[in-house]
Design a protein around this ligand. Structure first.
Ligand SMILES: NC(=O)c1ccc[n+]([C@@H]2O[C@H](COP(=O)([O-])OP(=O)(O)OC[C@H]3O[C@@H](n4cnc5c(N)ncnc54)[C@H](O)[C@@H]3O)[C@@H](O)[C@H]2O)c1
Ligand SMILES: [Zn+2]
Ligand SMILES: [Zn+2]
Length: 362
């Protein structure tokens, strides 16, 4: 039996340059293959800031946020494997399992993921303004809101002992960083790893590299506070960005900022015969360059890592278990717990490079 619409609150993106504002919205019941969730916690990722600052073009009229954990509150028809009360991590790419990329076991490159289009079309929008106008959900999950209806395939059940704030970060930063190490770069014990940029994503990469037995793990940032966090995360060596060239010759270099300057630096720092992994994302349309002669002679490679080359259904529960069993010090990622009304302050802090992850708790 389907329930009634409920009222909820969420931060609706109204285009670059407009301050995030909380709105009262109506949330419809879940339809076939969907679940209604109550968001438990949501992390603020630099990808949200790219959108707010107009560096990535995204549609207006969408509840923002793409990193979050939630409790299942209502099941639509035909949903199996989930029950009300389950703690789920929300995936910003929920693979369709039928397209060519999914069949090739590259679900992070799914050609038609649930939630593409941000559930903005009238048939998919479950959120509405009082005047009936449909409101979307960023990447199908819109975690800067108290309630959402999402595709069941985007709601991945994890160990209920996972604290919701940690579960939230598994939805983006942690899986992106650890996945880049485990799945994209396939770092092996004893290999040397350099991580450039120590926000939520880069610190997760450091944690993943240490857990993989990499040695030495070198962490680079401009902020002394971030270098201190990297040390707590187990990095063997930390370097101020202006001294980055001292890290040259590494088996793996992961760029986790999205700056042309550090993308080009990463290509220089990796040893001949090895692969640079690009995780950070620049404003759309930017191009980097490198010395082609040297690159070819040195037999280097560059690889992009989207969502840590992860399969959410496999990697989210595995990472949550690793945390619960004490193998990943993910607590150090959380620099502050805030309310939804403090979102603009969190964006300001991120623009200054201050703090690792800020997590909204509802
Ligand atoms: N590939 C993916 O699937 C994926 C997923 C999530 C996020 N991202 C991207 O990853 C990037 C990082 O995200 P985040 O949330 O960790 O960001 P963040 O803003 O929290 O962290 C960026 C870090 O870079 C440091 N930094 C800035 N300029 C620097 C410089 N010149 N040299 C050294 N360090 C410098 C800052 O001090 C900060 O610690 C963003 O571009 C984001 O869009 C990519
Ligand atoms: Zn993100
Ligand atoms: Zn697919």
């Amino acid at each position: 039996m389907q329930g009634e619409p409920i009222t909820t609150r969420g931060v609706v993106f109204e285009g670059p340059g407009t301050a995030p504002r909380i709105e009262e919205l109506t949330l419809d019941p879940p339809q076939r293959g969907e679940v209604r969730v109550r968001i438990a916690a949501a992390g603020v990722c630099h990808s949200d800031l790219h959108v707010v600052d107009g560096e990535w073009e995204r549609p207006a009229g969408v509840v923002m946020g793409h990193e979050g954990a939630a409790w299942v509150e209502e099941l639509g028809e035909g949903v199996t494997g989930l029950e009300t009360g389950d703690l789920v991590v929300l995936a910003w790419t929920a693979p369709c399992r039928t397209c060519d990329r999914c069949k090739a076991d590259e679900p992070w490159l799914c050609l038609q993921p649930d939630g593409s289009g941000h559930r903005l079309s009238p048939d998919l929008a479950r959120l509405h303004r009082a005047n009936g106008e449909p409101i979307g959900a960023y990447s199908g999950i819109g975690t800067f809101g108290e309630g959402q209806v999402v595709a069941a395939s985007a709601a991945i059940k994890v160990d209920p002992r996972t604290p919701p704030e940690i579960a939230a970060l598994i939805g983006c930063a942690v899986t992106t960083g650890i996945g880049a190490v485990r799945n994209t770069a396939r770092v092996r014990a004893g290999e040397s790893v350099v991580v450039i940029g120590l926000g939520g994503v880069g610190l997760s990469a450091v944690i993943g590299a240490v857990a993989a037995g990499a040695n030495p793990v070198t962490a680079i940032d401009t902020s002394p506070e971030k270098l201190e966090l990297a040390t707590r995360a187990g990095a063997h060596r930390v370097l101020q960005a202006r001294k980055a060239s001292a890290a040259g010759g590494a088996d793996h270099v992961l760029e986790c900022i999205g700056l042309i300057e550090t993308v080009e630096l990463a290509v220089d720092l990796v040893r001949p015969g090895a692969t640079v992994t690009l995780v950070g994302m620049t404003p759309q349309g930017q191009r980097a360059s490198f010395d082609v002669y040297r690159f070819v002679e040195d037999g280097k490679a560059i690889r992009g890592s989207n969502y840590g080359s992860a399969d959410p259904a496999r990697d989210f529960p595995a990472i949550a278990s690793d945390y619960v069993e004490g193998r990943l010090p993910l607590d150090l990622l959380i620099s502050e717990r805030i309310g939804l009304e403090q979102l603009d302050l969190a964006f300001d802090a991120m623009r200054r490079g201050d703090g690792a992850r800020r997590v909204i708790v509802y």
